[in-house]
Design a protein around this ligand. Structure first.
Ligand SMILES: *Cc1c(COP(=O)(O)O)cnc(C)c1O
Length: 436
């Protein structure tokens, strides 16, 4: 296959959003996650894809698109055959586009944990594995989770060579399904069930990173959601959605948003030439970004709990990346992004009505997006981020019918939980890591 860009020493550099002069290559940006000054890494330039790419888009597979787009971001840091392998390993499930009413719903939930985070986590895992393979020292990923991130990361890294994952979750504080998704994998994944709450897990992980004895004995890393490696693959499916649509019509894409990583990836795709008129940033009650787009004031605050809980974010970490893309100019951002807040009542009504009118079952996150799309443009692409079975109770309340449980989920629920219980005392975690 021909490379997307005839790469004669093409080298993408990344800078820290806190310091334009702090520049690293993709390898360093991915392995570090966060810049040392606490900033997020951003690509220094986002080149436009050649017109030919768009002319031929409709004949391309998801994997081909993924390869071409990621080669822009990774330049020469990953050899072409390796990048093909990473993309193919990431995208081995379908991402269909379905007509629902006047909108087209892009189903991003056919991966192993039934949520779109699988795409980012799987790509990051494979990319990190390639980077550590090069320098031959095993990497141990520590993750503290309140549920969803842990399972996506655990599945993403499962059986990936050169990497071990230790997931810390609060005992009795995650759903049965989430617990099974983290504790039944085995192999390179270890689940630690902590006697405590999520904050204890978080504290233990933070302490481990600054412990000198541990950092000498082990090469520790995090699988943080702000890692640029999670954003890169999230831009693929915007091109893929376009590849499945008839040519010509300018599109509007609605993205259910919390930390705004998904939307930021879409905005980067637009910068690369994706023919999109506008993005709609759909939020639940946690609406700091829609508010910014109206008032030009960014006012982060504690999150409020909703039924679309993966979007309960009061201080979205990717907002700074959005600011960078638009030179910190709200007026410029408005040309590409419209913010819409959706209430709990509207979310529930949307689940009920879309089921009644079109026989389609949305999850609460997709319902937020669907509602925002209906209220603004009606048509266009709606991003659906989770399988309704993950939010069975709410969905069944609104549709009045049992939600179909996918096979993979049913199988996972039958497996035996394997976790190791530890107290919330750091010495116990340290001992575990040193003697494992
Ligand atoms: C994480 C998540 C979101 C929000 O995505 P961001 O990139 O954080 O904006 C939406 N829906 C589901 C199901 C999620 O897990």
């Amino acid at each position: 296959m021909t490379p997307a860009i005839q790469s004669t020493n093409f080298f993408m550099m990344y800078y820290s959003t806190n310091d334009k002069f702090h520049r690293v290559d993709a390898r360093q940006a991915v392995l570090a996650g966060l810049a040392p000054d606490g900033g997020l890494y951003m690509p220094e330039s986002i080149p436009r894809l050649p017109q030919r790419f768009f002319d031929e888009l409709r004949g391309k597979s998801l994997q081909e698109i993924g390869y071409i787009v990621s080669s822009i971001f990774l330049g020469d840091v990953v050899p072409s055959d390796k990048l093909h392998e990473i993309v193919a390993g990431t995208l081995d499930f379908e991402i269909p586009l379905r007509q629902v009413g006047e909108a087209q719903v892009l189903e991003l939930f056919h991966g192993p944990t039934l949520a779109f985070k699988d795409v980012g986590a799987r790509f990051m895992a494979r990319l990190m594995s390639y980077f550590v393979e090069e320098d031959d020292r095993e990497l141990t990923i520590l993750v503290a989770t309140s549920g969803d991130t842990g399972s996506a990361v655990a599945h993403g890294f499962h059986n990936v060579p050169g990497i071990k994952v230790v997931v810390l979750y609060p005992s009795g504080k995650v759903s049965d399904l989430q617990e099974k998704q983290m504790t039944t994998l085995g192999g390179n994944i270890t689940a630690l069930e902590v006697d405590g709450v999520f904050d204890d897990c978080q504290r233990l992980v933070k302490k481990a990173f600054v412990d000198s004895e541990l950092s000498q004995a082990l090469r520790l890393s995090s699988a943080n959601s702000i890692n640029i490696a999670r954003l890169i693959p999230q831009s693929f499916y915007y091109f893929w959605a376009m590849a499945q649509l008839p040519k010509g019509e300018p599109q509007v894409i609605t993205v259910p948003s919390g930390n705004f990583g998904n939307l930021t990836a879409g905005l980067m795709a637009k910068r690369m030439g994706l023919p999109v008129d506008r993005f709609i940033a759909a939020t639940n009650e946690n609406d700091v970004v829609p508010e910014y787009l109206i008032t030009e004031q960014f006012n982060p605050r504690p999150s409020v709990a909703t039924i679309s809980n993966a979007m309960d974010v009061g201080n979205p970490s990717n907002f700074v990346r959005m600011l960078e893309l638009y030179d910190r100019n709200a007026q410029k951002m408005r040309e590409d992004v419209v913010g819409i807040k959706v209430s709990e009542k509207q979310t529930r009504e949307t689940i009920a009505r879309v089921h009644r009118e079109y026989g389609y079952v949305l999850d609460p996150h997709g319902a937020v997006a669907y509602n925002a799309c209906e209220r603004s443009v009606k048509r266009g692409v709606v991003i659906e981020t989770a399988h309704p079975a993950k939010f069975k109770d709410v969905v069944e309340e609104e549709t009045g019918e049992p939600v179909e449980i996918p096979d993979s989920l049913a199988k996972c629920m039958e497996k035996e939980k394997k976790s190791q219980r530890i107290s919330s005392d750091f010495t116990e975690l340290k001992q575990f890591l040193l003697t494992r």
